[in-house]
Design a binder for this molecule. Structure first.
Ligand code: XMP
Length: 506
């Protein structure tokens, strides 16, 4: 869960962050840098020294309010943030006039934000006042003069306050009420507690221990390696297994990125062995287990090439992997995610999984807060350990993998050219169906392969919705695939959510 604090230059922004931090993870963002593209759990617009009466004053992105309205993202406006909200919805702000600095009284009425009638001593610091309130907003708090200093929307999760709840001297912490009563954000799990847990876990790696870590290019393994590297530096030995199931140019591309991050990493070519091990295998669970076993073989081989004893194997397992592999008390096994299923027997290493208890959005948020990882690696779409094998129902062959790689490269290229779209998508990939269909190409009958496009939005992979791309873009992608990928004459679109489907096909 993420809370964005839009910092309009209030001297109290850090205090807003402090209040939020006790409750949830957050990011402080400059208004110019914030374009509403991703759903977040709440937005707090800070105060600031400006006045909305000045047409050149600092404003939020013009789509901020419409985007939040559409996605029902809760917003709290504080002081200038409150005035911005009122101004946006057609209220009237009066410059000067009703200034208040220091203590004032807040008398609340029963509302979504405050819940009950009460009187508090709160702290104010403002010159401008709102003198006419826009339709749709209800007045819920008044000062001793009877001026309204708190509002909430009657149907949207929006609220605004004229005082500073974040300062220690304000007795009514409207930020906490907002997070509780309007945004409904749970209190217990914070980025700070995640950090504490990770630090605690890192202490189990002793001074002379060496760790190996398999990197896949995905955010989970990258973050895992970056965390451990921060603690033990060169005693972390990373390996990227080029298992023949990666996307086009992936191994070369990500090795270069990891080296830039200062990681001690090698790439091991295991393409032939992997394909041999998968020959003739059609059962998805068997595929996953074989791939897991092959990985372990490579890790062992890799560890033997090091002239140190390796005690630990670090893995980027996250909580959704644990749940989906039947790893929690109340969950069913949906799939054996390779980073758990294949590793259980006769393991020569102790496993360390710093991300085991957190979800992907939390992994990303942790990386942004605590690690020095380039943003493009953090926002990368996840890629499963068993790679393209689980996007190739039936037997995995080099010819089929080549078709998948070519079609996938087109899809990735088209979406990456549209970052506003790419960044809202959890995963986009293709599946090659194990059937031929009849087509007509160049006046001739063709019996060729079918490619399925799978494009989903999700927060944590536990549930996902298919993303309805614009039909023009779909047309374009489909035409490019059938023109450029030999062996394909049909492109299909998967329009199923998770549940009932899973994201991957196997
Ligand atoms: P499903 O298909 O279970 O996928 O809805 C949920 C998320 O997990 C990824 N996935 C895997 N990741 N090893 C991984 O590291 C695996 O075996 C595996 N299987 C699925 C999938 O890509 C999606 O993001």
């Amino acid at each position: 869960m993420t809370i964005i604090i839009l910092d309009f230059g209030s001297q109290y922004t850090q205090l807003i962050a402090k209040t939020v931090r006790k409750l949830e993870r957050h990011a402080i963002v400059q208004p110019h840098d914030y374009e509403p593209r991703e759903r977040v759990d709440a937005i707090i617009i800070s105060g600031g020294p400006q006045t909305v009466k000045d047409p050149d004053s600092l404003r939020p992105h013009p789509l901020l309010f419409p985007f939040c309205e559409y996605h029902k993202i809760p917003i709290l406006g504080v002081c200038y943030g409150f005035q911005l909200m009122m101004h946006h919805y057609g209220g009237m702000v009066h410059q000067g006039g009703g200034a208040e600095y220091g203590y004032t009284t807040l008398n609340t009425i029963e509302s979504k934000l405050f819940r009950e009638i009460a009187s508090y001593r709160v702290w104010s610091s403002h010159r401008d006042v709102v003198i006419r309130f826009p339709a749709g907003f209800k007045q819920i708090g008044f000062n001793a003069r009877g001026d309204c200093i708190a509002v909430e929307h009657t149907t949207l999760p929006f609220a605004g306050i004229q005082y500073h709840p974040e300062v220690q001297h304000s007795a009514c912490n409207a930020i906490a009420y907002f997070l509780d009563n309007i945004a409904h954000i749970p209190k217990l799990w914070t980025i700070g507690t995640i950090h504490e847990d990770i630090q605690y876990l890192m202490h189990t790696i002793k001074k002379d221990d060496h760790v190996i870590c398999a990197l896949s290019g995905g955010v989970d393994s990258t973050v895992t390696a970056a965390i451990i590297h921060q603690y033990i530096g060169e005693r972390l030995h990373c390996v990227l297994v080029d298992n023949g199931l990666l996307r086009r140019d992936e191994a070369r591309h990500i090795i270069a990125q990891y080296k830039n991050m200062g990681l001690n990493v090698v790439c091991i070519d295991h393409k032939e062995e992997m394909l041999k091990a998968l020959k003739g295998i059609t059962d998805p669970e068997e595929k996953r287990k074989i791939i897991g076993r092959e990985f372990i073989k490579v890790f062992h081989k890799f560890a033997q090439t090091l002239d140190v004893d390796v005690k630990w194997l670090a893995q980027g397992t996250i909580y959704s992997d644990v749940i989906e592999s039947g790893g929690t008390k109340n969950s069913h096994t949906i799939k054996s995610h390779h980073n758990i299923g294949g590793l259980l027997d006769n393991l020569g290493f102790q496993i360390i999984e710093p991300l085991r208890h957190i979800f992907k959005d939390e992994v990303r948020s942790y990386a942004r807060h605590y690690l020095n990882i380039p943003n493009h690696l953090i926002v990368r779409q996840p890629f499963p350990g068993p790679g393209l094998a689980i996007r190739c129902p039936g037997e995995v062959t080099p010819e089929k993998l080549e078709i998948i790689r070519s079609a996938d490269a087109i899809l990735q290229e088209e979406l990456m050219e549209r970052p506003y779209l790419y960044n809202t998508i959890w995963q986009s990939f293709v599946i090659l169906l194990p059937i031929y269909s009849v087509g007509v190409q160049g006046d001739q009958r063709s019996d060729k392969n079918c490619i399925v496009l799978r494009i989903v939005a999700s927060q944590d992979a536990m549930t996902a919705n298919w993303v309805p791309l614009e039909s023009e873009l779909l047309q374009h992608i489909s035409t490019r695939i059938t023109n450029e990928v030999s062996g394909v004459n049909r492109v299909l679109l998967d329009i199923t959510n998770k549940p009932p489907s899973t994201i991957e096909w196997e």
